[in-house]
Ligand binder design. Structure first.
Ligand SMILES: [Zn+2]
Length: 306
């Protein structure tokens, strides 16, 4: 049984045996292949799309993979990956993250401590250093290759990079007024434990900002089983409904859940469109070098600890 090579999971929100219904799977199911044979798919070496089948929990409606990688397998897989930031041009990425920041600005004084899980090169963080008055930045970022870039973003502000995605123990309890997790929660085997641990570090009335995929988005319905968020990196994918359940279970109240706008460089989209039609162009005229905002299947959630 190849199953035994992987982890069998209950619903990570309900954390008990609940009724689950298989909902979406790839043509070849990841759980039927060996760990070693699956690794090239994780690294994107093959065109064929393979992922662990997703089922829906009858109780909280979470879409999750009942069979998934074990924690030590995930650590090994993430450890051998090279950082990949050039998928989307930087200008578009900065604009997308600025949009997320504007949501935070509406509801936070941007002072006291700041926690960010997985800041990468700091495309969100840079907004906080420009417009915020935080007295300390705690950045949980295991990728050592981005540390110097992150350091330049922080400049002379007090900060500490924690080389463990969930090394919250270094952060004093009740110290922070903001915590940020952008495209992190979809990746966690036990999101409830992580959010509960993070809550201890937050002040009353702190704001938690979360960006994730939305499996109830129009894009997902349009694209079906080939939706990019169905992948080997995501043990579950949320909807507004299951995100609300997750946060309530972890000791937070939801302030708002909205669809987000992602910005793309039009020339980048055009180039890929032409490629799809078999026209291999190296570059497109510079008049197409503007960015456009599309609501493409992500959501932003703001929550307050109870
Ligand atoms: Zn559930």
């Amino acid at each position: 049984m190849p199953f035994e090579k992987f982890l069998s999971r209950q619903c990570p929100i309900c954390q008990k045996s609940t009724k689950v219904t298989l909902e979406i799977c790839s043509q070849t199911r990841a759980e039927t292949i060996d760990y070693e044979a699956l690794t090239p798919y994780w690294n994107g070496f093959f065109k064929e799309k393979i992922y662990f089948s997703y089922a829906r929990c009858a109780e909280c409606k979470l879409l999750f993979a009942p069979i998934f990688y074990k924690p030590d397998q995930l650590e090994a897989l993430y450890g051998q990956m090279s950082p990949n930031m050039d998928l989307v041009p930087m200008a578009a990425l900065l604009k997308t993250q600025k949009g997320y920041f504007n949501e935070l600005k509406k509801c936070s004084n941007l002072d006291k401590g700041y926690i960010e899980v997985g800041p990468d090169v700091g495309v969100f963080t840079v907004n906080c250093t420009r417009e915020g008055a935080f007295d300390k930045y705690w950045l949980c970022e295991p990728n050592k290759e981005v540390a110097s870039t992150l350091g330049r973003v922080l400049g002379d502000r007090p900060y500490q990079i924690i080389e463990n995605m969930f090394g919250f123990s270094d952060i004093p309890d009740n110290s922070s007024s903001v915590a940020v997790m952008i495209q992190v929660l979809d990746h966690l085997l036990d999101p409830v434990a992580t959010l509960a641990e993070l809550k201890k570090k937050l002040l009353p009335n702190a704001k938690l900002l979360i960006v994730t995929h939305n499996e109830q988005s129009l894009l997902r319905k349009f694209v079906g089983w080939k939706w990019p968020a169905f992948c080997l990196q995501h043990p579950q994918i949320y909807s507004p409904e299951s995100m609300r359940m997750l946060l309530e279970k972890s000791g937070y109240s939801v302030d708002s859940i909205e669809r987000t706008k992602n910005y793309f460089q039009f020339s980048f989209l055009l180039k890929h469109l032409l490629w799809a039609f078999g026209l291999k162009v190296k570059s497109v005229p510079s008049i197409f070098d503007f960015t456009i905002g599309l609501k493409l299947g992500n959501m932003i959630t703001i929550a307050t600890p109870n």
